[in-house]
Design a protein around this ligand. Structure first.
Ligand SMILES: *[C@@H]1O[C@H](CO)[C@@H](O)[C@H](O)[C@H]1NC(C)=O
Ligand SMILES: *[C@@H]1O[C@H](CO)[C@@H](O)[C@H](O)[C@H]1NC(C)=O
Ligand SMILES: *[C@@H]1O[C@H](CO)[C@@H](O)[C@H](O)[C@H]1NC(C)=O
Ligand SMILES: *[C@@H]1O[C@H](CO)[C@@H](O)[C@H](O)[C@H]1NC(C)=O
Ligand SMILES: *[C@@H]1O[C@H](CO)[C@@H](O)[C@H](O)[C@H]1NC(C)=O
Ligand SMILES: *[C@@H]1O[C@H](CO)[C@@H](O)[C@H](O)[C@H]1NC(C)=O
Ligand SMILES: *[C@@H]1O[C@H](CO)[C@@H](O)[C@H](O)[C@H]1NC(C)=O
Ligand SMILES: *[C@@H]1O[C@H](CO)[C@@H](O)[C@H](O)[C@H]1NC(C)=O
Ligand SMILES: *[C@@H]1O[C@H](CO)[C@@H](O)[C@H](O)[C@H]1NC(C)=O
Length: 325
């Protein structure tokens, strides 16, 4: 339930998904997520994002009582990441890792996730931040997954079938911006586009037959909201798919994507609505590859709305596929 909106100016390509079909109430009162960043710090060329996270004494994630001590955990290549080498030279990860809290990986060298290795934190809203001076390479079939991925490197290469995956791992959106539908219609979550709803009740007007709301209009070029969970079909259980997560990539060289970058909403199955897509920001001079970038709504009893993708680059190869539906 969303369409593309492309804007070309001075080499910037900004793609946002907008809801074209509903034309109903649009909530402009987007409130910054309690969470993370001041919007100004995003606008300021993305500088100091990881620093912001460290400084802020709030917690974005799992619950209101966790602290940012969690994310100040800097990891070492061999001891913490069970890899080979050093983050100041080249660190190769050859062992899959399941993380249980937010982490920052910082170094002056390169980081390589070897083929088939997966590094992930499966908690909704969990953050993995990587800020290295060298190159970040994801080998064939490897993956990096969390609710929020913030990656800053010289070059970032995603080899064939590798993935940066925040699908269905979005954290809790602030109440004013939640697109999770009310009721038990199993409707889809909203975000960049409105969620769908399958109820075709003659007695209901159009307004009632949509799923979750559209939100985050004020941040179209710097989207940084999670997608919303889809609705459920029973009061006993939350059966909707999870909202999509967030990905921010800052690269000063080349982003080469032969794998995928995703912030899709989760599927709701037969009894729940699909989650809505999350947010992706790519700030890269040069974008290449034949892979995919996607912030789409999940499937389900009713589909979730699309999320938002913002790409700022000076050169983009047309072969890269971008999905926001
Ligand atoms: C990465 O670290 C550098 C140097 O500390 C900083 O300038 C930059 O803003 C950081 N990147 C992000 C995305 O925070
Ligand atoms: C909230 O987070 C804190 C710190 O991460 C953790 O110790 C605590 O168990 C969590 N509480 C719940 C209810 O998940
Ligand atoms: C990496 O370099 C930084 C700054 O030069 C230094 O503080 C740190 O100890 C080095 N880490 C390793 C593992 O060599
Ligand atoms: C990773 O590399 C280390 C050092 O070479 C080795 O001891 C370990 O067995 C390797 N682990 C895997 C899963 O291949
Ligand atoms: C980044 O990519 C460029 C172009 O392929 C290459 O020249 C450079 O060595 C790569 N890595 C770094 C750390 O500059
Ligand atoms: C990637 O996975 C495919 C399918 O499982 C396999 O055929 C291929 O050899 C793998 N590539 C590497 C480099 O392990
Ligand atoms: C892609 O990678 C995953 C994870 O390693 C693997 O299970 C799958 O078979 C691979 N698919 C292809 C087409 O290589
Ligand atoms: C992506 O695929 C192209 C064409 O096969 C290849 O030239 C390029 O080196 C690949 N890049 C990465 C990061 O795998
Ligand atoms: C991303 O993760 C989701 C949930 O674990 C999984 O269903 C999906 O296949 C993954 N996508 C990619 C491209 O690896």
């Amino acid at each position: 339930m969303a369409s593309f909106h492309g804007e070309f100016c001075l080499g910037l390509v900004i793609i946002c998904s907008l809801c074209v079909t509903c034309g109903s109430t649009v909530d402009n009162s987007f409130h910054l997520e309690q969470v993370v960043l001041e919007e100004s710090s995003i606008a300021n060329g993305f500088s100091g994002i990881l620093g912001e996270i460290e400084k802020q004494n709030v917690c974005h994630i799992k619950n209101s009582s966790c602290s940012f001590q969690d994310i100040q955990q800097l990891l070492s290549c061999e001891e913490d990441l069970k890899g080979i080498g050093s983050l100041n030279t080249t660190c190769q990860l050859n062992t899959s890792l399941q993380l249980h809290n937010d982490v920052l990986i910082i170094g002056e060298g390169n980081l390589e996730i070897l083929p088939h290795v997966s590094v992930s934190c499966h908690l909704a809203g969990c953050v993995i931040g990587i800020n290295i001076s060298g190159d970040l390479i994801l080998g064939e079939n490897s993956s990096l997954g969390a609710g929020t991925l913030i990656l800053d490197a010289k070059n970032l290469s995603l080899q064939k079938n590798s993935s940066l995956n925040t699908t269905a791992l979005g954290g809790v959106p602030p109440p004013q911006t939640s697109g999770t539908p009310l009721g038990v219609d199993g409707a889809g979550g909203g975000h960049g586009g409105r969620g769908a709803c399958c109820i075709k009740d003659e007695g209901k007007d159009q307004e009632d037959t949509w799923g979750g709301d559209v939100y985050a209009w004020s941040s179209l070029t710097n989207p940084w909201s999670y997608g919303s969970k889809g609705g459920t079909t029973t009061r006993e259980k939350e059966l909707g798919g999870g909202g999509g997560g967030r990905v921010k990539i800052v690269v000063s060289g080349i982003l080469d994507v032969n794998g995928s970058i995703s912030a899709d909403g989760g599927d709701g199955g037969h009894e729940g609505g699909g989650g809505s897509g999350g947010s992706i920001i790519l700030l890269v001079p040069k974008l290449k590859g034949t892979g995919a970038v996607s912030a789409s709504g999940g499937k389900g009893w009713a589909g979730g709305g699309g999320g938002r993708v913002s790409i700022k680059s000076y050169s983009r190869q047309a072969s890269l596929n971008i999905f926001v539906h």
